[in-house]
Ligand binder design. Sequence first.
Ligand SMILES: [Zn+2]
Length: 162
Amino acid sequence: MHSGYRIGFGYDVHQLSQSRKLILGGIHIPSEKGAIAHSDGDVLIHAICDALLGAACLGDIGIHFPDNSSQFKDIDSKLLLQRVIELIVAEGFSIVNIDSTISLQRPKLKDFIPEMQRALAPILNINSNSISIKATTTEKLGFIGREEGISAHAIVLIEKKD
Ligand SMILES: [Zn+2]
């Protein structure tokens, strides 16, 4: 009997601007536009953080890292993820696997996914092959398609060992 499994879901959106760098999955991706945010705007990491917090029923990223705090201004989101991992580990959980999808019209992300997996694996303390990252456009529809924004969905399974 495995009563210690918990599932969590996370979703995040940021507006895009030509004045910002695109940081995704912990790496810099060459792009004409990047995410406007209080932090570095890493929409994938933010969705993963919310999924992890959701699985452990620990609130959301906005509760733990308020966007009016100067402490988190332009912060590397990998540090936020590290802090979230500390919170769920303190509750006795470890991660089983993560699945995620980034929605972005341009640039194509496929070639950057292995590097994102390698960047996230040591923080999440799981193998790269347990971190699924997918990318899609929205066929030029909506705010993603108009290149006004970027979004990410993430789902995570965590386990508490007795
Ligand atoms: Zn965010």
